[in-house]
Design a protein around this ligand. Structure first.
Ligand code: GLY
Length: 321
């Protein structure tokens, strides 16, 4: 596998030292189109999005189709089918989507639908609302022809039954949930338009009824086609309390690079949390020129970037070094 360093060298992109002994991915403009997404499961999702972008498709269609790969993969234990359940054994899903015109749709606390992002897109396209939750979202999905199915896999049920033995809730436990969190995706299409999507089964063993940042426009996702877009992964409560993605887009509007803006988004969380070492939040941003940046609290965050030449996983600079 090509390493992060080889990728950076291969693209001839500039490096920015951030003073912690690590390097961040470049701030150099990239050619359109481009798609980026969170974590290792972003690689396969990027491929699906790229199929649309390379044919001059719209970014909104690419980000909707792309994240469905992670939603449908039973091995991804933090998104859609195969997601680890809440503490009562229910897989509850949160998703949102936003296009270049500022249109947005979202669903929260949705159960038994494999592709909540597609339901969120229908909320955006076919209703006068932005967000539908719970039973209302279920009825809407059925009316739109989506089929209910059981999303709790044998493996996810076993993890839940194991958790029931101790019932200790740790919001961020990457050692026990190795596929990590939410998939969030941003795409820039050949027309120069940006869109984003975000979808998750939320934090494993959360309280029943808990909704995270992933369906909240401005928290886990924000797109402003004049400036760029940002998205989040990690402990949703911290992202919501700082309205992270909206903040990052506004910081880019004021002149910060995507990486600088993501770093400031992380700093806002750190300042309020003496226990920040127990939390992970990762931000990913893209500006109108296709410059990409990311920053995280802890060092395990990675994102996948597909620019047509390669589809690569990038290690992200973190506050903890
Ligand atoms: N970031 C996903 C969640 O907190 O549910």
């Amino acid at each position: 596998m090509t390493t992060r360093r080889q990728f950076i060298m291969g693209t001839g992109a500039a490096l920015t030292a951030l003073g912690t002994g690590k390097m961040s991915f470049s701030q150099e403009p990239k050619k359109k189109p481009l798609v980026i997404s969170t974590w290792r499961h972003g690689l396969a999702s990027n491929e699906r999005a790229w199929d649309i972008l390379k044919q001059k498709g719209r970014a909104i269609d690419a980000v909707e189709a792309g994240v469905q790969v992670a939603e449908g993969d039973p091995k991804v234990s933090s998104v859609g089918y195969g997601g680890w359940p809440d503490r009562e054994g229910h897989v509850t899903l949160d998703s949102c989507i936003m296009d270049e015109k500022g249109n947005a749709g979202s669903v929260a606390f949705l159960q038994n639908f494999k592709h909540p992002i597609a339901v969120a897109r229908k909320v955006m396209d076919d209703t006068p609302h932005v967000m539908l939750v719970g039973e209302g979202a279920r009825r809407f999905a059925l009316a739109k022809g989506f089929k209910e199915e059981d999303l709790l896999t044998k493996e996810a049920r076993a993890e839940w039954e194991n958790w029931l033995k101790h019932q200790e809730y740790v919001p961020w436990a990457p050692t026990t949930n190795p596929t990590h969190d939410t998939i969030s995706m941003l795409a820039l299409d050949q027309a120069g338009d940006i869109s984003g999507s975000c979808t998750t089964s939320g934090l494993a063993f959360k309280m029943h009824g808990r909704v995270g940042d992933s369906p909240i426009i401005g928290a886990a996702l924000f797109v402003d086609n004049e400036v760029g877009a940002a998205c989040a992964t990690g402990v949703g409560e911290e992202v919501m309390k700082t309205v992270g993605s909206f903040l990052i887009v506004e910081l880019m509007r004021q002149g910060m690079s995507p990486t600088e803006a993501c770093r400031e988004g992380v700093r806002r969380i750190i300042r309020k949390n003496p226990n920040w070492q127990d939390l992970q939040v990762g931000y990913l941003a893209m500006d109108r020129q296709g410059r990409v940046g990311a920053f995280a609290i802890l060092p395990d965050f990675q994102y996948a970037v597909h620019d047509g030449k390669s589809n690569q996983l990038i290690d992200v600079e973190s506050y903890s070094g």
